[in-house]
Ligand binder design. Structure first.
Ligand SMILES: C[S@@+](CC[C@H](N)C(=O)[O-])C[C@H]1O[C@@H](n2cnc3c(N)ncnc32)[C@H](O)[C@@H]1O
Length: 310
């Protein structure tokens, strides 16, 4: 390493390659989980928490939402990751801010003053319960790997949980376990009650088979006519390398470097959802709150669906 032309340090590096699938083997077991897998997973959740927290730096009238705990949740690591990602792909922060607001608004309209159930698949370090006040008697089911709950408890330890909400942690490995079975095991879930199922920042990390299996399971959880499913997704051109936008290529490279590549996108979301018993009601681009003609925002979208049979 040099400081200008002056050598300041010398080192030998050893690199090795490990199949990332083998790292997942003990993902559900906190005592056996691979250290790199643990690090990778926390990094993606911290990155998203950091991108949300950057919204707090905007002047108040320009913010899409106010999150009183965002910076504490992201911590120094999350803030650093978020700022670094914004250098490669500045659009990622407004995209995450838009998805946060779209879902916060949907949740506000969904409960409409009545107790409800919220199921958050891959909840990570999400802080929605600190932004959206839920009516007394509401239940929030957070689904994630045990290692993520561990981290979540650490960062939220000093923050009181809003008293209106009963928060239930549902440990799950989404690649191995069934979503609706895991929730049924908690005994708290009432299948007939209005339920909003959220899969935020998740679909892109799972292959097409896992995506189908998870969506089919979600369809079983939203059997009340008011129940809905919200999911964000990218267009298939983002993952198959045919996107015309250089910023998408740079973003994908940054995600690969983080160890969390996007692997699944959708060309026809209504068709794919119909195969899992879901009807798409709405799909909007991530520019929904931005006054921008930049077409790159079209490839990252949010959709709302209901069960096709109710
Ligand atoms: C990008 S983060 C998004 C977190 C949160 N939804 C948000 O928007 O802040 C993805 C989340 O999915 C979780 N996840 C990834 N693979 C998983 C698996 N196999 N089983 C359960 N959760 C998983 C991660 O632990 C992480 O919390």
């Amino acid at each position: 390493m040099k400081n200008k032309d002056e050598p300041v340090a010398e080192a030998n590096f050893t690199y090795w390659v490990q199949d990332t699938h083998s790292m997942r083997r003990n993902a559900f077991d906190e005592n056996k989980v691979h250290a790199l897998f643990d690090h990778r997973h926390k990094a993606s959740a911290l990155l998203i928490a950091g991108l949300r927290a950057l919204e707090q730096d905007l002047p108040e009238p320009d913010r899409l939402f106010h999150d009183p705990v965002a910076k504490a949740v992201a911590g120094n690591h999350g803030m650093l990751l978020a700022k670094r990602f914004c250098i490669e792909a500045p659009q990622i922060q407004p995209v995450v801010a838009a998805r946060t607001k779209h879902l916060d608004d949907l949740l506000g309209a969904f409960h409409c003053g009545h107790p409800c159930q919220v199921v958050s698949i891959g909840a990570g370090l999400d802080s929605r319960i600190y932004r959206v006040e839920l009516p007394k008697g509401s239940k929030v089911f957070d689904l994630d790997l045990p290692i993520m709950f561990h981290r979540r408890r650490e960062v939220l330890a000093s923050l009181p949980i809003p008293c209106n909400v009963k928060r239930i942690e549902v440990p799950i490995d989404l690649r191995e376990h069934d979503v609706s079975d895991a929730i049924a095991d908690t005994v708290w879930f009432v299948p007939a009650a209005p339920t909003l199922v959220i899969w935020e920042g998740g679909s892109m990390y799972f292959d097409a088979d896992d995506n189908r299996r998870i969506r089919s399971s979600v369809a079983k959880l939203i059997q009340n006519p008011k129940s809905r499913f919200w999911m964000d997704y990218v267009h298939s051109s983002v993952v198959d390398g045919t996107s015309e936008f250089p910023v998408v290529q740079r973003f994908m490279q940054a995600m690969r470097s983080l160890g969390e590549p996007f692997i699944t996108g959708f060309a026809d979301i209504s068709h794919d959802f119909a195969k899992c018993g879901l009807t798409v009601e709405e799909t909007v681009p991530s520019s929904v709150y931005l006054n921008t003609p930049d077409p790159v925002f079209e490839v990252y979208r949010f959709c709302v669906a209901k069960a096709a049979n109710v």
